[in-house]
Write a protein that binds this ligand. Structure first.
Ligand code: NAP
Length: 319
């Protein structure tokens, strides 16, 4: 039996495993996609110690660090279900295999949100994508739309503007929630058109995307002709395993944790974008910080024989 099963191969999962390994806990680190959403960051400029680094390169460093510990077993696999058993938990993999651990850290991250407009499903992979920074380079010399007003959309527009002929940045409000750093990067590009206070109501196409329809015309045009649409309207927490385990979610559907990153189920902890910690500020630094706290709480939980007081019993896990 492992001491801890960590689910998720993003910034939170890797960091949690680095900490549990240093606590000498036998750790099983499992996830579906190495690097999680972290690999979609074209440029990370707020990870201390690296003035500027690509998301995939940063995640590779996290992975190497995690894999350097003999205490950590790394596995790329889908977990279908985690069940409570006497003395711990049993994970069921899609392959039919199982693994047991005394505790669990859920660092399952989030899934990209969809717009839910006609044409979106039909043209998924045929011009509709959910990662502007990953796919922009396929649109060299073309016209694309980026939908959203957060960091992902504005960063995506900045990256797309480096290669595309024209980028329409379509946002439902007049103000961006993205960091001013990214907004400034986009403002200086003369091939970016801001399409503000407008929504996409339909994605049009034939074999592939040919345009987007707006709810209000833009300079007399209701349809913007585009070759690709990058939908960057945020993400929803990946809570399937948490729900099955009986963990309470907050009103917005995030995994509820206390200051010690304990969930409402004894022995189950959370870290990263899936949780309601750090004021929902989903960043590499917050994911890493939460993961360190979760690992410390696992250590406290195991060293007190599960008598750490449970959810909300005190920030540092002490009784
Ligand atoms: P986000 O911050 O939640 O922003 C989502 C954007 O999509 C918002 O502007 C929102 O509009 C818009 N939106 C949501 N639903 C919509 C709908 N149905 N129709 C039209 N627009 C809709 O998501 P994100 O940009 O993916 O960022 C997620 C987290 O990752 C954030 O914490 C962010 O800071 C972080 N991130 C950081 C970096 C970086 O630092 N380099 C890069 C990427 C992401 P409203 O503004 O009107 O709500």
């Amino acid at each position: 039996m492992f001491d801890v099963l960590i689910v998720g191969l993003g910034a939170a999962g890797y960091t949690a495993s680095i900490y549990t390994a240093r606590y000498k806990l036998k750790t099983l680190l499992v996830g579906l996609e190495e690097g999680g959403l972290g690999i979609t960051a074209a440029e990370v400029g707020n990870w201390p110690g690296d003035i500027e680094i690509r998301g995939p390169d940063l995640m590779e460093k996290f992975k190497k660090h995690a894999a350097s510990f003999s205490e950590v077993t790394l596995k790329t696999a889908r977990i279908e279900k985690i069940e409570k058993i006497t003395g711990g938990f049993r994970a069921h993999f899609q392959s039919g295999e199982t693994a047991e651990a005394k505790t669990v850290i859920l660092a399952t991250g989030s899934n990209k949100r969809h717009l839910g407009v006609p044409g979106e499903k039909e043209f998924a992979g045929k011009g509709v994508t959910y990662c502007a920074t990953c796919d922009a380079f396929f649109y060299r010399g073309k016209t694309v739309a980026v939908v959203g007003g957060g960091d992902s959309a504005v960063e995506g527009a900045a990256i797309a503007a480096q290669v595309a002929k024209r980028v329409y940045l379509i946002h439902r409000r007049g103000d961006f929630r993205a960091e001013p750093y990214w907004v400034d990067k986009v403002k200086v590009r003369d091939n970016v058109t801001f399409v503000l206070e407008r929504n996409v109501t339909e994605i049009l196409g034939d074999q592939k995307v040919t345009g987007v329809k707006l709810d209000k015309p833009m300079e007399g045009q209701e349809i913007l002709p585009v070759d690709g649409v990058f939908i960057e309207v945020g993400a929803t927490p990946a809570t399937e395993l948490a729900k099955e385990l009986g963990c309470v979610l907050d009103a917005r559907g995030f995994l509820q944790v206390d200051a010690a990153m304990r969930t409402t189920v004894p022995g189950v902890f959370g870290a990263g974008d899936v949780t309601n910690a750090s004021n929902h500020f989903a960043q590499f630094v917050t994911a890493a910080g939460e993961a360190g706290v979760a690992a410390n709480s696992v250590f406290n939980h195991l060293s007190t024989g599960g008598m750490d007081g449970g959810y909300m019993s005190g920030g540092n896990g002490s009784m």
